[in-house]
Design a protein around this ligand. Structure first.
Ligand SMILES: *Cc1c(COP(=O)(O)O)cnc(C)c1O
Length: 425
């Protein structure tokens, strides 16, 4: 089919550059440090694995090092940002990012740890209700967490874990199938625990409908938002999601192993009868330093904290969240829609390579990531991208994941990807 002239001009670098010129968020590209590959500034499409370093991260870290040098232990109270309440500096931003009340969120620990801590509270199986529904092919850490939690309670993962699998010939899940599976196990279901966005396919799930269906059968619903936070506009509180956790080193650009977040629905956070493992930082703030016997949890998500704040790990997170606070998720999601849509349009036109985009076409069912499943030449394509200083992500057996991130990727980046792929023979 011949392209109309109007459509044809979109397949040019000139058009991509015009789009960048018209982009209000283009200026944030220079708020990040872009890595090099083969001595050339790389085009980075791996923000879904490890986000880029905010330029200001170094200053924020240096500030804490300086305060440590200057004050020693007094830094807990005398530092420019006193360390004893360092986790408070994220409350407002984290609540905005996931659509929660301030009492429902806290930044602490790391992601897999938080998932375990939350499952200790929300997976309390009985002889009758012991099943967990999750996606087949979830991120390995989530699979292992669910498997070992089930075993800890004396159940058999084979019967206790119900995996959602795509229909034959499909790569992603249908909402109707997810809801039907919840109904099917209605009398034995304890928990639905899924990714908000599946890390492999990039599919974004309807957390509101899934949560509602779980509640209708008397089960809890929790989500791992590793690939959803900083990517999609979320409304956890309004959706009545019971719990969620996320890491901050993917779309949230806070550095390798950076601090994770957790969310607990207000009603549960206030409920002292819900079990949580105790540590002094989860203990009531008013009496925390009295060092007395008897764990009194805070009536907020902060009661799931165990330890005092990991300040160095959190300093870079501040640098990143300052940018998110300035830009806002709505503006990011809006650009993301266009940027990923542009990538999809260009890549779909390629006829020299045999691949299929397995990420849903429907933009309400995806974020910025596109997953390309190759029939052949997947690895060769990946190597060719690398040679052209394009950093993408390879997943066995033959998927290339690319994430055009609205904060620091440009339309020209996307065009270059297309141009390099077009010239692979
Ligand atoms: C990235 C990711 C993790 C990683 O867990 P860590 O504890 O941060 O190492 C876990 N689950 C999902 C779904 C992820 O995408």
């Amino acid at each position: 089919m011949a392209l109309t002239a109007e459509l044809q001009q979109k397949f040019t670098r000139k058009y991509a550059l015009e789009m960048d010129d018209a982009d209000d968020l283009a200026k944030y590209r220079t708020a990040f440090l872009h890595p090099k590959l083969h001595g050339k500034k790389a085009i980075y499409f791996c923000g879904n694995s490890l986000g880029l370093q905010p330029v200001k991260a170094r200053d924020y870290l240096q500030e804490e090092l300086d305060d440590w040098a200057e004050y020693g232990v007094e830094g807990h109270f005398e530092a420019k940002r006193p360390w004893f309440k360092y986790h408070h500096y994220f409350t407002q931003s984290a609540a905005r990012l996931v659509g929660a009340k301030e009492s429902e969120v806290v930044m602490c620990n790391t992601l897999s740890v938080n998932l375990h801590l939350l499952m200790l509270s929300f997976y309390r199986p009985t002889k009758k209700r012991f099943k967990i529904i999750m996606e087949a092919g979830a991120f390995p850490s989530d699979m292992y967490a669910v498997e070992t939690q089930v075993k800890m309670h004396g159940f058999d993962p084979k019967t206790a874990i119900i995996e959602l699998t795509p229909a034959k010939g499909k790569h992603t899940l249908e909402l109707s199938d997810i809801l039907a599976t919840i109904k099917k196990h209605k009398n034995t279901l304890a928990l639905v625990m899924m990714g908000g966005v599946n890390y492999y396919t990039g599919q974004y799930f309807d957390m509101e409908k899934i949560t509602k269906a779980a509640h209708e059968v008397g089960a809890f619903a929790g989500f791992d938002l590793a690939h959803a936070v900083g990517n999609k506009v979320l409304h956890l509180h309004d959706w009545k999601v019971d719990f969620a956790c996320w890491c901050s080193y993917k779309y949230l650009n806070s550095g390798p192993g950076a601090v994770a977040g957790l969310y607990v629905y207000e009603k549960h956070a206030k409920d002292k009868k819900i079990f949580r493992l105790g540590g002094w930082w989860g203990h009531d703030e008013k009496t925390r330093f009295q060092m007395k016997k008897g764990f009194k949890p805070m009536p907020t998500a902060e009661s799931w904290q165990l330890s005092n704040a990991a300040v160095f790990n959190m300093a870079a997170h501040r640098a990143s969240l300052d940018i998110f606070d300035e830009v806002g998720m709505h503006a990011l999601a809006e650009k993301s829609l266009h940027l990923t849509g542009y990538a999809e349009m260009l890549l779909k036109s390629l006829t020299n390579l045999k691949f299929q985009i397995i990420t849903p076409e429907d933009s309400t069912q995806r974020g910025c990531q596109l997953s390309l499943l190759f029939k052949s030449k997947g690895k060769e394509t990946f190597e060719a991208l690398k040679k052209a200083s394009i950093i993408a992500d390879w997943r066995e057996p033959n998927v290339i994941r690319i994430a055009p991130v609205p904060l620091y990727n440009s339309f020209e980046d996307v065009y270059t990807l297309y141009d390099v792929m077009k010239n692979i023979s």
